[in-house]
Design a protein around this ligand. Structure first.
Ligand code: ZN
Length: 224
């Protein structure tokens, strides 16, 4: 079905790939990165500052992945309701402290490989977060597509959660999203991907890598 949807497109569509939670489950992270590399596809990693150690940083710098900030410690601060690290329970000053500290830590380890982009854990944050990002000079916020844009800085949402959707639902939603003209953001969570999920992801990547109506992009190419 996805292949048919791609065949039916009148013009190529930009597609980008965001894998979250670098800092957790390193073996699975590098397995997923190897699959992207095998298919010659770009990928952007959302890296958790508090969980980035030196050895991992060295490997990430040598990888082909784009690297950007994923919150600070991936901690839930909400007492009730949906999980958030940068939710209504944190005032702007507290959010500023976390984001600035996280960026400093990432810069120390990743240097100029770090893109000035921010993905909040659980894809959720408040307007205060966006204001902090603007003040700190970030150039891009990435959440999920149902979130209303703040209108404060460029946003590049993800549309599809490869780990959560059944193969059929993924195909259907992907096809529907392609018809909007893109860009289409495909989100991965390597940490929860079992062997069969990796195999499925590889099939998806192979299809996308070899279809002329797919224009695979780094987030940095879509940052405007
Ligand atoms: Zn995450």
């Amino acid at each position: 079905m996805l292949r048919e949807a791609l065949d039916a497109l009148a013009a190529p569509v930009d597609v980008f790939f965001r894998d979250d939670d670098a800092g957790w489950e390193d073996a699975r992270l590098f397995e997923l990165l190897a699959r992207f590399a095998e298919h010659g596809l770009p990928v952007d990693l959302a890296v958790i500052p508090a969980d980035l150690h030196d050895a991992l940083a060295a490997r990430l710098i040598d990888s082909h992945a784009g690297l950007h900030q994923h919150g600070y410690a991936h901690t839930n601060h909400e007492v009730e309701g949906r999980k958030c690290e940068f939710g209504p329970a944190r005032d702007k000053a507290a959010q500023n402290d976390d984001i600035a500290r996280g960026r400093t830590q990432l810069r120390e380890r990743l240097g100029d490989r770090l893109d000035p982009f921010f993905t909040p854990p659980w894809n959720r944050c408040t307007r205060d977060t966006a204001e902090v990002l603007v003040e700190l000079g970030f150039s891009l916020l990435s959440r999920e597509h149902k979130a209303e844009p703040f209108g404060l800085l460029p946003e590049l949402p993800v549309h599809l959660d490869v780990a959560r959707l059944s193969p059929q639902a993924l195909d259907e939603r992907f096809a529907a999203q392609l018809r909007t003209g893109g860009p289409v953001g495909v989100m991965f969570h390597h940490g929860v991907m079992e062997a069969e999920d990796m195999a499925r992801a590889s099939e998806l990547l192979q299809l996308l890598a070899n279809h002329e109506q797919v224009r695979p992009c780094r987030m940095a190419e879509l940052c405007h």
